[in-house]
Design a protein around this ligand. Structure first.
Ligand SMILES: Nc1ncnc2c1ncn2[C@@H]1O[C@H](COP(=O)(O)OP(=O)(O)OP(=O)(O)O)[C@@H](O)[C@H]1O
Ligand SMILES: [Mg+2]
Length: 324
C-alpha cells in the first residue's frame, strides 16, 4: 500500500538580482530583475509503506526541496502530494505528529539546551505516555551511544553526537513516516554504521517508512532496496538498487598503499587513475575480470601495505546514465 503519492510536483525559486552600485540599485527599484530556478520540474512517484527509499543526485538536484515539501515545510507551485492521506503543507499540525524529520545541515533541537530537554519537549508535544517514553529513550540513547552527552547543551556536542541525538529527537514519538536529509553527513565510519544499523532496526521492528537523501553510496547499499535518482529537478531513474548496481556499478575503485615504488603493470579491465610514489588509484571493470582476481594479482606482484575497494561516487553513475 502506498503511503505517499506524488504527482507532477513543481517548485521554483525566484532570486532577485541585487545591483552593486547605487545608481543601478535605484534603477532596479523600478524594474526588479529576478531569475527563476526550477528546483523541481514536475516529479511523480509513490512510496510503499515500510519502504526505505533512497533519494540521490548531485548538489542542487532538488532532493532537499522535495523532502521539505513532503515534510510540509514548503509549498509547491503546482502538483499534488499526499502522505498518509494528508496534504503535508495543509494539515500541518496533525501531519507533523505523524512524521519525523532530520535535516543534516540544520538542527531541530534547541541549540542552548541539552538534548534531554528537547526530548522531554517531544514527550509533551506528542503526548508520549511515560513508560513508552522512558523505554524508548533508554533504548535509543544506548543503541546510539549518546547517554553521556544527554545533559550537555546541543551547541557543545560534536557533529556525530548531535546527529545521533537528532535522529532520536525525530523518532521518539514513533512516527510511521520519517524523512532524513543527509543523516550521515560528516560522521565517521563507525558512527555511520551505528546510525545505519539503528535506522534498519527501526524499519524492521515498526515498519517505519523512511525517505533518505545522501551522497554516500554505502548508506544506500546498506539501507535502500529502491532508489530514485534526481538530477536538475527531474527523476532520471526510479527502481531497484540492484538494477543500477548490475548495470552501472560494474566499475570499482581501488586504492592501494604500497611499501615500495609501483612498477608498470597490465591487468585486464584495470585502469590506473592516479599514481604516486607509494600509492595508486585504480579502476577495475568487473565485467572484464572480478575484483578478487585483481586483488590477488596486486598482492602477488606488489608490496601492498593497504587496499581499499570503493564504489565510484554517485555523480559518476549519473554521468553514465546520461551517456546512454
Ligand atoms: N530557499 C531557496 N531560495 C532560492 N533557491 C533555492 C532555495 N532552496 C533551494 N534553492 C535552489 O533549488 C535548487 C535545488 O536545491 P536543493 O536544496 O533541493 O538541492 P539538493 O538536491 O538538496 O542539493 P544538495 O545535495 O547540495 O543538498 C538549487 O539550485 C538551489 O540553489
Ligand atoms: Mg540537500
Amino acid at each position: 500500500m502506498p503511503i505517499i503519492h506524488v504527482k507532477r510536483l513543481k517548485k521554483s525559486f525566484k532570486s532577485y538580482n541585487r545591483e552593486q552600485w547605487l545608481f543601478e540599485a535605484l534603477k532596479s527599484l523600478f524594474s526588479i530583475k529576478f531569475t527563476i530556478n526550477e528546483a523541481l520540474k514536475g516529479i511523480s512517484f509513490e512510496v510503499k509503506e515500510g519502504e526505505i527509499l533512497g533519494l540521490i543526485g548531485p548538489n542542487g538536484a532538488g532532493k532537499s526541496t522535495a523532502i521539505k515539501i513532503l515534510s510540509g515545510l514548503l509549498w509547491p507551485d503546482s502538483g499534488e502530494a499526499t502522505a498518509m492521506g494528508m496534504i503535508p503543507w495543509q494539515n500541518r499540525v496533525k501531519y507533523v505528529a505523524n512524521i519525523g524529520a532530520v535535516f543534516g545541515q540544520k538542527t531541530q533541537m534547541m541549540w542552548d539546551l541539552p538534548p534531554i530537554d528537547s526530548f522531554y519537549m517531544d514527550k509533551d508535544l506528542y503526548s508520549i505516555p511515560e513508560p513508552e517514553f522512558t523505554q524508548r529513550f533508554r533504548k535509543m540513547t544506548q543503541m546510539l551511544e549518546v547517554e553521556e552527552v544527554m545533559k550537555s547543551p546541543v551547541r557543545e556536542l560534536s557533529l556525530g553526537e548531535r546527529m545521533r541525538c537528532e535522529i532520536i529527537n525525530a523518532l521518539l514519538h514513533n512516527p510511521p513516516l520519517v524523512f532524513l536529509d543527509e543523516p550521515t553527513i560528516g560522521l565517521d565510519v563507525i558512527a555511520k554504521d551505528k546510525l545505519r544499523d539503528f535506522i534498519f532496526d527501526v524499519n524492521k521492528k515498526h515498519k517505519t517508512t523512511f525517505i533518505i537523501t545522501t551522497h554516500d553510496m554505502q548508506d544506500i547499499e546498506k539501507l535502500c532496496s529502491r532508489i530514485i535518482i534526481i538530477n536538475h529537478g527531474t527523476i532520471i531513474y526510479d527502481g531497484p538498487l540492484e538494477d543500477i548496481k548490475k548495470k552501472y556499478l560494474t566499475d570499482k575503485h581501488i586504492e592501494v598503499k604500497l611499501s615500495s615504488k609501483p612498477k608498470r603493470f597490465a591487468f585486464k579491465g584495470c585502469k590506473v587513475l592516479e599514481k604516486q610514489e607509494y600509492q595508486m588509484k585504480l579502476e577495475q571493470d568487473t565485467t572484464k575480470k572480478p575484483i578478487q582476481q585483481l586483488i590477488n594479482y596486486l598482492l602477488q606482484n606488489f608490496e601492498v601495505a593497504d587496499i581499499t575497494v570503493t564504489n565510484p561516487p554517485i555523480e559518476e553513475i549519473i554521468k553514465k546514465i546520461y551517456r546512454e
